[in-house]
Structure formats: structure tokens, C-alpha cells
Write a protein that binds this ligand. Structure first.
Ligand code: ADP
Ligand code: MG
Length: 707
């Protein structure tokens, strides 16, 4: 039996008919080995039993026709567009197909070639025709179901050539493909064999067998990924020594007492899960998910305090400088007036110290800070990811909270290991700013445990969101700002996202601020404030304080308000050029209103010209549930953006989709746990181990498979 690593060792040019030129074209398409070829899956299938003779075509109906090209002509229309027309004949009758603005069709539809066309049948001047049909050059391939491969115009590879080579490769894999999945699981999950699947996906007997084959192969992809994640999780639990934090201590209790509100049941549950981890012998690796406004900050602070109360330190890492500064302000405020034991002072205690470290920290401040981190007089450090890479030495780092994920990988984890006390690894809590779908979380954060905050604090009124299309509706958005201000409330205006650059953002916000409040501006005579990331910390503070004190009516800002700004009296938000933001970011922005008891409004301005804007802005109008919106986002953007680079080396998802295969993801995860817990180093599962090792990068391979 042949394994996938066996096939990865055979170059494609060993196949008959693949000479140096074809081999080069295949390489350009990403196919270098027989493994690449047999896992180059069909894009779709043509079911020839659905084929109709041209003579039987019915006007107005979609149909598929297999015919030979009789004649192809190319010309320019009076409007200056190119038009390619072909005359097709299938023995029963003639069909004309025409293409607008696709000049290359002239080369594709060569006289004498056999083509399949799929499209709607029209009648034009008494003759049957199709306009811009889907065309496949299938060659003279036999079989009822014909696989269509993604063909590469550039590399000059045709789907029938690829099909031919795949057939040849499959024929030569003898006696067959090895199956890495124990038979017991195949039976239980009702999965077909690997060998059958690889053959049927390329040369299916029916659409149903193609679907079964796909399920098996997609499952294999997901299983490999999950096994890696579960192994990583188990390896961490097995090998890394964690700190056993004391929980239920006095500092945490004092903090909770002083909160101006009761924690929600969900928050309490989250804190329980986190502190149970922290008390245990293994380092915590937990993901905290919750909707915007669910109160993740308080939960995170409880984790940090649990470390501090045992004499350790905590760190909070944010993805940007601005967010770090905002977290610093928010957390300092929450912890103001808390004290920790100290031997150096008369009263045996000192104020709990929260410090900020960013690129703006001056060299002198930095030196002093390093000193105070090393001697333990700073309890909680807040900053960007630079915290980990920098030569910051903590006296004893006990807990790290990472806000806004997607960037925390294996390398950072290694860096963390060096920052703990002695040989102990600090506990890690990862927070996402907005929810991500369950299947995506299982995949992207599959080596973490998960806690979900599924409850909002009481007294929130759902935000009413309206997408204002066109000048008339925009005018009503500004009307609403003025009338809410007249009623004693406040408003935010978020300026267009023009560029990723903070400088350009700041300039555009400054201009918009002047325009709105200037003579004839929509918000003339209101008290406007300006906030952007280029302002000094002191200026930002000053504006925020004025806004909080209601000395300003409207805050015009860039996306710096995304996190951390918390003014319950603000009831309207206007987001300009909303189209430029993603669903998650709009949802996050919108979460700045709706924090009090009054009804709040969010207006999305924009024509909706961007890709998917109907779906995106429409979804925000319909739903205020972050988990639901996350599903829509995944649907629209695909998994690529979510998977990102975090799982590089383990992403061989060619067939499997986190959207379409939700159940399969969960099944693969369950099986992965069962397999890894029975065979921690995959001993006894050599086929699976070999496949996984092949996909991993060196570093991971060494980590997971070292005996
Ligand atoms: P997010 O989960 O979006 O980070 P935050 O932690 O910023 O949410 O909390 C949002 C707001 O809700 C803050 O003003 C916070 O003080 C408040 N809050 C948090 N927990 C509660 C609670 N249990 N009851 C009332 N308000 C709460
Ligand atoms: Mg937050």
C-alpha cells in the first residue's frame, strides 16, 4: 500500500506524457509530485446524463450541451466591444454561442474541438443560442461524470490534460492507497476508505459517490489539523510546569467588592474556569470569547490580580500602541486605590502599580521601568507584543492576557517560557475583541481551552442600526445626532478609514471635524471634540475627560475609539464610509453606544459600492448578536482570513471548509482527542504520524514528536 509521503517522493515527470515543458507548467500550478497531483481536486463535475441534444433544447431553460465547434469568428460591435461567436453542432442540430468582451474565447474555441457548454437557451432571430455560457473543454473523455479541474490559462494546462495525468497516476498506485484511519473509526463514522475516496473524487461513478469521497478526504484534512492541535495542547500540559496560583484570595475579593456592579453569571463562570486553571499544575492556555460589551476586561483583570495576589506579576498585551494606551487607562482606573503587601513601607502595603510600555516610552523611562519590573515594584505591565520580544525581565511573570488575537503563535509562546518564574511558564489568557465562529475557534485556537461569555450585563437596550444610503437618509442621520444632543445625550462620529496609516487617518479626522462643525456644516453650533491616534496622551485624556463630563456633545474620531471608550450617555454613532470596514470592526465600533438604559442608534453611511456591502451592512442592520455576525463574516470572507498565518504548516485544507463542514470539524476534533489520548506520540498509528510529520514545519515536528 502507498502512503501519502511515498507519493510526495515521486516527481510528476515520472508520468507518461509529462515532459520538461509540462512539468514546468505543472510546477507553476503548484504540482511538483504525484501527491500534489492526486490532491489537485476537481473544481466541479459535469454530469453527462443531464446533457441534451441541441434539437431538444427549450427556449428559456438552462441546459448542457456536448458538441463540436464548427466555426468561430471574432468581431467588434458598434459599441467597441469584442464579440466572439461559435457555431456548435452535435449531430442533432446547430447552436450558436456568443461571448462579449472575452477575446480569448477565439483561441479557446478552436474549430474541431469538443466542448461542453452550460447556459440559458435563448432564441435570437429564430435561432437557438446561448450568451456567455460556461464552457469546458473536456476533450473526448468518457464516463458519465466528468471532473473539471481548475485550469490554468497562464500555465497553459487544460482540464483534460490534468484529468489524463491524474488517471495515469491513479492507475499506477498499486495495490492502492494506504488508509491511516483505524477501521474502527471508519465504521463508526461511516466513512469510505482512503483508496476508494481518492479514486472516486477524480473519476466518480455518480454525483453521490463524488460527495462521499469528498467527505472522507475533507475529514482527513481536518483530522490532521486537529491531531496537531490536540497534540500541541497535550504536550504543553504534559511538559510545561505552571505556577499553582492561590485562588480566592483577599486582593481579588477586595477588587470584586469595589466593582460598581455585580458580575453576571457568565462572568462568574468564566472567572471560575480561569482560576481553576491557574490553581492547577499546568500553565493555563485559555481563550476568552464574548460579544462586544460582555465585560471581558473585568474577567481579564481578575486573572491578572490572581497572579499579583500571590506575589507574581501580570502583563496585558494589545495589538497596537493605541489600544495599549487605552487599556492602560481603563485598567488603571479599575484598580485605582487597590494596595498590595510590601515590606518596605511603614504600613506594610503600597499601591498596586500598573505601568505602560510602548514605543513612545522614552529611553530614560524605559530604563527605570525595566528596573522596576525586575525588582517587582511594578505589578501589572501593559503594552504591545513588544513586551515579549523586548529584553524585559520580570521578577516573576505569573499571568499574561493577550487581547485581540491572530498574532500569537508558537514563537511568542517560546518567548513566554523565558519570562516566567524559575522554570515555570506563565498562565496565558487570550481574548478576542469580537466573537469568532465555533468551528473557526476550534481550528484557529484548537490548542486552547475555551470560555464563552454568553450574557451581556443587565440593562442594555439593543442598538438600532440603520444603513443610510444616499444624501436624504444621511441628512436624517445628522438630524438624529442633533435631536439626541438636544435631549441631553451625546454622539460619536467615526471618520472614514482611508488608509492604514495613522497619520493619514488623523488628517482626515481633523478635516472632517472642521467641516462638520464649521459654517454650514451638519453639526454647526454643537460642541465638537476631536480624537485621533496622533495626539499626545495628555491631549487624548483631556478630550476624553471633557466628553465624559458632557462638556462636549460630539466626539469626532478615527477608529481609536474602537476599544476602551465608555460613556453610557452617548446614544448615537455615525460611521462614515461604513463600507470600508469589516463586519467585526463595525460591530466593535457600534459597541461604544448602547451602554446605558436609553435607546441607542447607529447610522452606517455609504453608497454600498464595495464587495459584499449589501450582505455586510445588511447583516449589521439585522443583527446585534456578535456570534451570529461572526458566522456571516466567515461566510463572506472565507476561512483564509481567519486561519491567517497562525496555523501555517498545518493548513492543508484543500477540500474542507470551515463554513460548509461545520459538523465535520467537530467530529474530527472528537476523533483527534480520542486518538491522541490513546496514542500520545501517535505510536501504533504510523500512517497518520507520517502524514502529519510531512505537513509540519521542522520546529513543530521536533516539539510534537520528540520521544
Ligand atoms: P468587552 O467585553 O467588549 O471588552 P468591557 O469589558 O469593555 O466589554 O465592558 C463593557 C462595559 O460593561 C464596561 O463599561 C464595564 O464596566 C461594564 N460591565 C462589565 N461587566 C458588567 C456587569 N457585570 N454589570 C454591569 N456592567 C458591566
Ligand atoms: Mg474589551
Amino acid at each position: 500500500m502507498k502512503s501519502l509521503p511515498d507519493l510526495a517522493g515521486i516527481p510528476v515527470d515520472r508520468l507518461r506524457g509529462v515532459g520538461p515543458k509540462h512539468a514546468e507548467a505543472l510546477r507553476e500550478t503548484g504540482i511538483a509530485t504525484i501527491l500534489d497531483l492526486v490532491t489537485f481536486y476537481p473544481r466541479r463535475y459535469i454530469d453527462r446524463s443531464n446533457q441534451s441534444p441541441i434539437a431538444d433544447l427549450v427556449e428559456g431553460q438552462p441546459a448542457m450541451v456536448l458538441a463540436r465547434v464548427r466555426k468561430t469568428t471574432s468581431r467588434r460591435t458598434r459599441q467597441g466591444r469584442t464579440m466572439v461567436e461559435s457555431e456548435l453542432f452535435d449531430g442533432s442540430s446547430y447552436l450558436r454561442v456568443s461571448f462579449f468582451n472575452q477575446p480569448w474565447r477565439g483561441r479557446q474555441l478552436q474549430e474541431g474541438s469538443e466542448v461542453t457548454v452550460f447556459g440559458k437557451v435563448e432564441r435570437f432571430r429564430g435561432r437557438l443560442q446561448m450568451t456567455n455560457p460556461v464552457v469546458d473543454l473536456v476533450g473526448d473523455r468518457t464516463g458519465r461524470i466528468v471532473a473539471v479541474y481548475p485550469q490554468s490559462e497562464k500555465a497553459g494546462l487544460m482540464t483534460w490534460q490534468l484529468a489524463g495525468w491524474v488517471t495515469e497516476a491513479l492507475r499506477r498506485v498499486q495495490p492502492g492507497f494506504d488508509d491511516p484511519l483505524p477501521a474502527r473509526w471508519r465504521d463508526e463514522l461511516d466513512l469510505v476508505s482512503r483508496d476508494w475516496a481518492l479514486r472516486q473524487i477524480h473519476e466518480p461513478d455518480s454525483m453521490a459517490t463524488a460527495a462521499k469521497a469528498r467527505t472522507r478526504l475533507a475529514f482527513d484534512e481536518l483530522l490532521r489539523l486537529q491531531v496537531v492541535l490536540v497534540m500541541r495542547k497535550r504536550a504543553m500540559e504534559r511538559e510545561a510546569k505552571g505556577l499553582r496560583h492561590r485562588v480566592g484570595g483577599e486582593l481579588v475579593a477586595r477588587f470584586e467588592e469595589r466593582l460598581p456592579f455585580d458580575m453576571t453569571a457568565a462572568q462568574k463562570r468564566a472567572v471560575d474556569e480561569i482560576t481553576t486553571d491557574m490553581a492547577g499544575p499546568h500553565p493555563m492556555h485559555r481563550l476568552l470569547q464574548g460579544d462586544v460589551g460582555a465585560g471581558k476586561t473585568v474577567v481579564a483583570v481578575m486573572a491578572l490580580l490572581t497572579a499579583v495576589q500571590g506575589g507574581h506579576q501580570g502583563a496585558l498585551m494589545a495589538p497596537t500602541e493605541v489600544l495599549a494606551e487605552q487599556h492602560h487607562a481603563g485598567v488603571s482606573q479599575l484598580l485605582a486605590a487597590l494596595t498590595v503587601p510590601s515590606e518596605d513601607t511603614l504600613f506594610a502595603e503600597r499601591p498596586l502599580e500598573v505601568a505602560l510600555l510602548t514605543n513612545r516610552t522614552t529611553a530614560a523611562e524605559r530604563n527605570r521601568l525595566h528596573q522596576r519590573l525586575a525588582d517587582g515594584s511594578v505589578d501589572i505591565l501593559i503594552g504591545t507584543h513588544a513586551l515579549l520580544t523586548e529584553s524585559v525581565a520580570f521578577r516573576s511573570l505569573g499571568c499574561v492576557v493577550i487581547d485581540e488575537q491572530h498574532r500569537f503563535g508558537v514563537e511568542q509562546r517560546a518567548a513566554l517560557r523565558d519570562k516566567g518564574a524559575g522554570d515555570a511558564v506563565p498562565d496565558v489568557l487570550v481574548m478576542t475583541a469580537t466573537p469568532i465562529p465555533r468551528t473557526a475557534a476550534m481550528t484557529v485556537y484548537g490548542d486552547l481551552d475555551t470560555t464563552i461569555l454568553d450574557e451581556l450585563p443587565p440593562g442594555r437596550t439593543p442598538i438600532r442600526t440603520h444603513w443610510a444610503r444616499g444624501p436624504l437618509e444621511e441628512a436624517s442621520a445628522w438630524d438624529m445626532v442633533r435631536s439626541e444632543v438636544a435631549a441631553g445625550h451625546q454622539a460619536y462620529v467615526v471618520c472614514p478609514l482611508i488608509d492604514e496609516s495613522e497619520k493619514i487617518q488623523a488628517k482626515s479626522a481633523t478635516e472632517e471635524f472642521a467641516r462638520l462643525g464649521g459654517p454650514g456644516g451638519e453639526l454647526e453650533n454643537l460642541r465638537l471634540g476631536l480624537l485621533h491616534g496622533q495626539m499626545t496622551a495628555a491631549d487624548k485624556d483631556a478630550v476624553m475627560t471633557e466628553f465624559r463630563r458632557r462638556e462636549l456633545d460630539v466626539l469626532v474620531s478615527t477608529t481609536v475609539i474602537e476599544v476602551g471608550v465608555d460613556v453610557p450617555n452617548a446614544t448615537v454613532m455615525v460611521i462614515e464610509d461604513a463600507d470600508r470596514f469589516g463586519i467585526a470592526q463595525l460591530h466593535q465600533l457600534r459597541g461604544r453606544v448602547g451602554r446605558g438604559a436609553a435607546v441607542s442608534y447607529c447610522y452606517l453611511l455609504g453608497e454600498g459600492l464595495g464587495p459584499d456591502s449589501e450582505e455586510r451592512l445588511g447583516a449589521l442592520e439585522r443583527s446585534t448578536d456578535g456570534f451570529e455576525l461572526a458566522e456571516v463574516d466567515l461566510e463572506l470572507r472565507g476561512e483564509g482570513t481567519i486561519l491567517g498565518t497562525r496555523q501555517k504548516g498545518a493548513t492543508d485544507l484543500k477540500l474542507a471548509s470551515l463554513r460548509r463542514d461545520k459538523e465535520l470539524v467537530a467530529v474530527a476534533r472528537r476523533v483527534a482527542f480520542a486518538l491522541v489520548d490513546d496514542h500520545p506520540g501517535l505510536e501504533g498509528l504510523p500512517g497518520l504520524a507520517a502524514e502529519i510529520e510531512m505537513l509540519l514545519e521542522e520546529e513543530d515536528r521536533a516539539y510534537l514528536f520528540k520521544s
